[in-house]
Write a protein that binds this ligand. Sequence first.
Ligand code: ATR
Length: 290
Amino acid sequence: MKKCKFGVFGFPIEHSLSPVMHTAAFNALGMTGCEYKAYTVRPEELKEEIIKAQTEGFCGLNLTIPLKEKIMETDLIEPDDFSKKAGAVNTLHFKDGKIYGYNTDGEGAFKTLEYAGCQTNGKKILIIGAGGAARSISLFFAEQGNSLKIINRTAEKAQRLADEIVEKTGNKNVSGGGLSGWNDFDRADIIIQTTALGMGELKEVSVFDELPATKPRTELISECLAGKTVFDIVYNPEETAFLREAREGGAKTINGVMMLVFQGALSFEIWTGKKPDVGVMKKAVLEALK
Ligand code: ATR
């Protein structure tokens, strides 16, 4: 792979950290002929822009909000089994005149936990949220045989997602419900936060704000979370309110930086067949977040 074009399509896309992260990975491997850029692509332009990229000889693309699901409506790509089940694709690989689709979000979450020293095998996992990110992550761990509880502000959405995952994976230990109580936290070994809480306008809003305050919150948090692993996929430069509270209550906390890195590193490997240096990618992301 001497010279090749890569990029990320999304809308909005200006704040994407993928270009600095992938460029750092290419440079570290001496692949200086490879370039990776961000492109503003609206949903209605997706099909023509992908065809254009193919014509221009692109090797690979990432898709982000709101295109991951949108791509499934087109007949352009051949999605692998996992992305078909997830109903979303974040990685396109242009190869031999075809466009293959993958979804690296679920495995990216798994690798993030592994990197932080958290063993997931046989663990009970609580997933907060029932959107696109929750779907890929839940599907991945359900396929690994983990027992899962999915909780969401809109309980019916979590129940629907859980039913769908049971049907698609055959793992019956997957259930859904509302953000109704502390028991779900108490029963879990690992907690993964996938909602918009902690981002943008919701920066200071914590999942714990949505739970019943039956006694002082700090007590409830340390009773239910101390010693557990709490992973928030949000990659704010600052710690989210949720992670801060969990850490102060004695949990081992992980933010979303490595999730961004690993989902990207997995795409990189699909495209190039090479394992990028995740340390270099992490450094580039942290620099860009400063
Ligand atoms: P993504 O693709 O990033 O997962 P999404 O599909 O828009 O994004 O899903 C957003 C998630 O954040 C949903 O689980 C949503 O809850 P609802 O299904 O009830 O809408 C959750 N979310 C967004 N704002 C929230 C808030 N203020 N409180 C609690 N949950 C919130």
